[in-house]
Design a protein around this ligand. Sequence first.
Ligand SMILES: Nc1ncnc2c1ncn2[C@@H]1O[C@H](COP(=O)(O)OP(=O)(O)OP(=O)(O)O)[C@@H](O)[C@H]1O
Ligand SMILES: [Mg+2]
Length: 253
Amino acid sequence: MTIQRVKSKWAKTKVLLNSEQLRARIPVTKVWSPSSLEQLLQEFGMLYVKPDQGTFGIGVIRVEKQSEISYSYQHDTKIMQFASFEELARSLQRLIGSRRYLIQQGIQLLRYEGRRFDIRIMVQHNSQRMWETTGIIGRLSHPKKIVTNYHSGGTPMSIDELMSPHLQQGQINGYKTWLAEIGTSTARQLQTKYPGLKEIGIDLAIDESFLPWILEVNTLPDPFIFRKLNDKSVFLRIHRYCVGYGRFKRRAK
Ligand SMILES: Nc1ncnc2c1ncn2[C@@H]1O[C@H](COP(=O)(O)OP(=O)(O)OP(=O)(O)O)[C@@H](O)[C@H]1O
Ligand SMILES: [Mg+2]
């Protein structure tokens, strides 16, 4: 029995867009083209441009339009400025080359002590072969970076801590329940197209009005990030479920 993996972010996004409930939680996403860039920049002012099959936040670019004569993008820690849309688009096209890239409506991430953070939600098949959200963890970005990935200097933190300046504990508990439901709905929707999935990791943004947005879904999610939580039972359960569907052979200690 093999566990299904799907690399293309675009393929996964299209399946999620078929769900009316989830569609409202997905930022507008298009395949890269200079004309889509112009249109979405006009509409949203800030965009993320990223590889269709990226990992670790590599190649992710944040693009902004400040005015008709001021555009910029940031790639890693490097910021580039342009005086026209044409110059911006030419520079980005050179960077992207012939690779498949996506353009996504940028979400203004909520901050904690001035740094942006987003959320990773782990959803797994349990012993009854039902989808269950088994872990939720926040990732605080490096102050100079535009991505939150651990491999790019992001710091894993509990969502309770990250949300504590924004919501009361009772509200945070309710919010986590909402995220857990988004997790299982996302898994069920993806399973309509990919029946061999057993686990997914959702990258989710929370905007400044506390609305959650699904940035992408990983089909080979990292379970070990959950080791960073003080509550050790979370990782142990995630690991146990991994053993259950055959990702790992032995029980964790
Ligand atoms: N539309 C967006 N709005 C705001 N931030 C975004 C957006 N898209 C991506 N990001 C930021 O960039 C990070 C990396 O993007 P994404 O998760 O799509 O690619 P990836 O991490 O390279 O892929 P993988 O998770 O498979 O390794 C996200 O975790 C998030 O912090
Ligand atoms: Mg990611």
